[in-house]
Write a protein that binds this ligand. Structure first.
Ligand code: GDP
Ligand code: MG
Length: 727
């Protein structure tokens, strides 16, 4: 069976994968020699496919087809003289801009060209999307995607090649590189002149010839002389005149102007076919950075973003928080109704649901906060925030990178401490881990909300904000202190990586958010559940309490008193009396419950630790709550609720009254908030510190130091406040 032969040349930039593809196609059937007269390697191979014998030539790798380098001359001469049936231009798809220069040159030469967009895998991993269809339409060239080193797309490439060779009718060549008006006019005039004079004798595309003559290409000039004889001088004469005209016009060599215009043309193609090239992204990023990391406005913008983050977290989060709150309340109420009064019900309703419920309501806040942080991270802004904070962080003796864990500390300290892993220097990492717990985590917020809400009314927001600021100030002071004592040494020099900005993908945002929220949820399902049960058990036992007064008798008295009053009252007053009666009965119930707790195990513990907390204005109930807060900071509030025997979810007067009845004042509430802000990190955080620093030493240091600072600060607030006459 005799095969028709097709000659196929592989052209392309060096390292575009030509040889790889050549080997894929030809396998072992290749001959290696030199191009005639030079020591440039020539590889030829054959393969039988689709009923043809395909003769494949690996041309030297070139970026262009100028007559200045031996490789380019070889490649161009081959295309011009041997007229291969098809030239496959192997294009490095991950570097489209550079590759397209040769592609446009091949296009102008008007050979039968086909584009293989090789390195398609690299392009993909670098986040570039190339519209092959569009590229094919724009340049009127078939396009095939390939991955040379995995032999992907090679069959499709050969199939297209054969089809292209078979297409008898020459494809209408529509889009060549278009030059600017003056150049284009010169090209057309010269082309027409050549067409007239040579009458089709010239074996090359005349537009291409005209272009090359205007570029003053020596080799093409020689070829024109060889092929056209007499008229050659006339043609060269016209070309020379046009060149002179263009040189005057642009004040530059036409060749240089045309090269520029080709790149312009390529830039246009890239815009059309490629989304987000690395280069473009970097340019865009640079422009964004001019604003976002600007010396003057960068910082205010950053503060605004942080403010917006907290705003979003707590205002938007407030809605789901309320829904969950209502849900937990209903759940609790329905168990209360369904179950008979016994120990188990007490455990379930007052222990588990109350404990876990008081924490789970903050889940929406946590999710939103972590979503925002993921957004900063995935867009690339987080790295900029580190950059912006660099100066300020140097005050602590750390650099900007440490800011990221600290920022995350506002959400939850556990992932924050884990985030310190990105710091190269051991000392920097430990220092960051030690100061991160002073960033007021979201678990402390409920405590502030309850206390500030009860005592500071309209000013609650400001007081809470002050807590956050105080935490930051203490972390700065601590940083300086440790840097100059325990963790001496200069902050490690480092390179701030500024990745290009990206439009974040929702999926990755959600994954990042979830990764961190998971830690919070895990904590809830184990630590907080167990903690709630323990706190409940400590407060529920012993069961038989000797009460200081006979609550049932008093309740009876109250009821008989009001019933009698109601009989002699008019209708509207009766409703008033009803309310009063209910309130009095409730108060007695609460007092009974409170006394019961006071005489329980937890109450006794409270009495023991009370002297420790007295100087900072915190009574035994507060003291116990703070102890339970080691399990998790949120538990402080539910313990307070248990000890005062009030429901936490109603922000009513009841709680405030209970606080007041227990002798709390504005100033003692403030001292308690300060203590909560600063004292020992929660169980999960402590474990994380131990794990991440690799030693118990740092863990105990953190516990001891923070608790001491908390006590001292609270002492100053309370005693200082009293000295100033606040109460
Ligand atoms: P040539 O200079 O054009 O002949 O390029 P080579 O064929 O020598 O390839 C240069 C390098 O690119 C080699 O290491 C190949 O393994 C690799 N390569 C070739 N094609 C691909 C591809 O599609 N994807 C990737 N990732 N690498 C490729
Ligand atoms: Mg090679």
């Amino acid at each position: 069976m005799s095969h028709k032969t097709l000659t196929i040349a592989l052209a392309g930039n060096p390292n575009s994968g030509k040889t790889t593809i050549f080997n894929n196609i030809t396998g072992t059937r290749q001959k290696v020699g030199n191009w005639p007269g030079v020591t440039v390697e020539k590889k030829v191979g054959t393969v039988n496919k689709f009923g043809y014998e395909l003769k494949i030539i690996d041309l030297p790798g070139t970026y262009s087809l100028t007559p200045f380098s031996i490789e380019e001359i070889i490649a161009r001469n081959y295309v011009l003289d041997e007229k291969p049936d098809v030239v496959i231009d192997i294009i490095d798809a991950s570097n489209l801009e550079r590759s397209l220069y040769l592609a446009t040159q091949l296009r102008e030469i008007d050979c039968n060209v086909l584009f293989a967009l090789n390195m398609a895998d690299l392009a993909r991993t670098r986040g570039m999307k190339i519209d092959g269809q569009k590229l094919s339409e724009l340049l009127d060239v078939p396009v095939v995607f390939t991955v040379g080193n995995k032999n992907e797309g090679i069959d499709a490439l050969l199939k297209q090649t054969v089809e292209l060779a078979e297409s008898e009718v020459k494809r209408p060549k529509r889009r060549n590189v278009k030059y600017s008006k003056d150049i284009e006019e010169s090209i057309i005039r010269l082309k027409q002149f050549i067409d007239e004079k040579t009458d089709g004798d010239l074996p090359y595309n005349t537009r291409w010839t005209a272009i090359k003559l205007i570029e003053d290409d020596k080799i093409v000039k020689d070829r024109v002389v060889q092929k056209t004889g007499d008229v050659a001088q006339q043609i060269l004469q016209v070309a020379q005149t046009l060149r002179k005209h263009l040189t005057d016009r642009f004040d530059d060599d036409p060749q240089i102007v045309m090269t520029d215009e080709r790149y312009g043309f390529i830039a246009g193609i890239i815009k059309e076919v490629q989304t987000a090239s690395t280069k473009q992204r970097i340019d865009i990023s640079r422009n964004i950075d001019l604003v976002l990391t600007n010396r003057f406005i960068g910082f205010p913008i950053f503060i605004f973003f942080i403010w917006a983050m907290f705003q979003l977290t707590f205002t938007l989060g407030d809605y789901p928080v309320q829904w969950i709150d209502i849900g937990v309340g209903r759940l609790s109420a329905s168990f209360d109704r369904i179950l008979p009064d016994n120990l188990f019900k007490d455990l379930l309703v007052n222990g588990i649901i109350a404990g876990v419920g008081s924490v789970i309501v903050f889940l929406p806040n946590i999710l939103i906060l972590f979503f925002c942080i993921a957004l900063f991270e995935d867009t690339g802004y987080l790295a900029r925030s580190a950059f912006l904070m660099d100066k300020i962080m140097h005050l602590i003796g750390l650099h900007g990178k440490s800011f990221i864990p600290m920022l995350m500390g506002f959400g939850c300290n556990v992932p924050a401490i884990m985030a310190a892993r990105t710091l190269e220097s051991e000392k920097d990492r430990i220092l960051t881990i030690l100061i991160t717990p002073f960033m007021s985590c979201s678990a402390k917020l409920p405590v502030y909300i309850i206390l500030a809400g009860a005592f500071f009314g309209a000013k609650a927001g400001t007081v809470i904000f002050a807590m956050y600021v105080a935490g930051i100030v203490v972390s700065i002071i601590t940083g300086r202190l440790f840097r100059s004592t325990l963790l001496k040494g200069a902050d490690a020099p480092f390179v701030m990586e500024l990745p290009p900005y990206r439009v974040p993908m929702l999926k990755s945002l959600l994954i990042h958010m979830w990764d961190r929220s998971k830690i919070f949820l895990k904590r809830m399902s184990k630590v907080i559940l167990i903690g709630s049960i323990v706190v409940w058990a400590l407060s529920a036992f012993p069961r038989n309490v000797q009460f200081s007064k006979d609550y049932s008798a008093e309740t009876y008295n109250v009821i008989t008193y009001y019933e009698a009053e109601k009989k002699s009252a008019a209708e509207p007053e009766r409703i008033e009396l009803d309310k009063k009666q209910q309130a009095a009965v409730d108060e007695l119930l609460r007092a009974k419950q409170a006394e019961k707790t006071e005489k329980s195990v937890i109450g006794r513990i409270g009495k023991i630790v009370a002297p420790l907390f007295e100087p900072i204005g915190i009574d035994w109930r507060g003291g116990v709550s703070l102890l339970t807060g080691f399990v998790a900071k949120e538990i402080v509030i539910s313990t307070l609720g248990v000890l005062h025997a009030v429901q936490i979810d109603d922000e009513s007067e009841a709680l405030k009254n209970a606080f007041l009845a227990a002798g709390m004042t504005k100033i003692s509430a403030l001292a308690m908030m300060v203590f909560v802000l600063l004292y020992l990190p929660c169980l999960a955080t402590t474990a994380a510190i131990r794990r991440e620093t690799g030693s118990y030493r740092w863990m105990f240091l953190s516990i001891g130091y923070s608790t001491a600072i908390a006590w001292i600060m609270a002492f100053f607030v309370y005693q200082g406040g009293r000295l100033l006459g606040y109460n």
